[in-house]
Design a protein around this ligand. Structure first.
Ligand SMILES: [Zn+2]
Length: 190
């Protein structure tokens, strides 16, 4: 599952560079009041184009979740669990799903457990219809990395293309990071 941010880019680079695994990269266009979808989308396209040339080919797909008219911001990790399930049963032979969770993120142990519970419950519904593989492993290839290790995994040219900000500010010709959201602040620690 790929967002265009640093953590999932590090994960993608690791999987492309260090494994022979056949990959299906999936991005969710998260549209909500924060208006981050377009900025993320541009980063995703740029990073993936670069990775294809630099590493090896992979399958790519995306889907969209549109919540712009809601006041409340949907919880990303739950949306990811739901979409991951749908993508898994859409991918013949899929037995593993990789997410870019980091051990150092706040509340990650609880959050990862809840995310996995959502996935398992949904997957069980699909299995009841005989869809998907019997067992799907939920993997977190960069879980034990520090933010510095994450940055080191990603070649500089690719790092510049990633996008972290959740509340991008529209400027002529694109967007600039707000500099104040949680994701922007985490990025300054690198
Ligand atoms: Zn920001």
């Amino acid at each position: 599952m790929y967002s265009g941010g640093l953590d999932s880019t590090a994960m993608l680079v690791k999987l492309l560079a260090e494994t022979p695994d056949e990959l299906r990269v999936h991005h969710i266009r998260m549209q909500n009041r924060e208006q981050r979808a377009s900025a993320e989308q541009a980063a995703v396209q740029a990073v993936l184009a670069f990775c294809r040339t630099r590493y090896r080919p992979f399958r790519y797909s995306e889907s969209g979740l549109e919540f712009s008219q809601l006041e409340a911001i949907p919880i990303d990790y739950l949306s990811i669990a739901f979409v991951a399930c749908q993508v898994a049963i859409d991918t013949p032979g899929c037995t593993r799903i990789a997410v870019g969770s980091l051990a150092r993120d706040t509340d990650i142990v609880n959050r990862s457990a809840r995310q996995r519970r959502v996935f398992d419950a949904l997957y069980e519904c699909y299995r009841a219809r005989k869809l998907g593989e019997k067992h799907v492993e939920w993997i977190t290839p960069v879980f034990d990395c520090s933010k510095t290790e994450i940055a080191a995994l990603i070649p500089a040219e690719i790092r510049e293309l990633t996008w972290s900000c959740r509340r991008p500010v529209a400027v002529a010709g694109g967007y600039r990071p707000c500099g104040a959201c949680k994701a922007c602040l985490a990025r300054t620690t690198i």
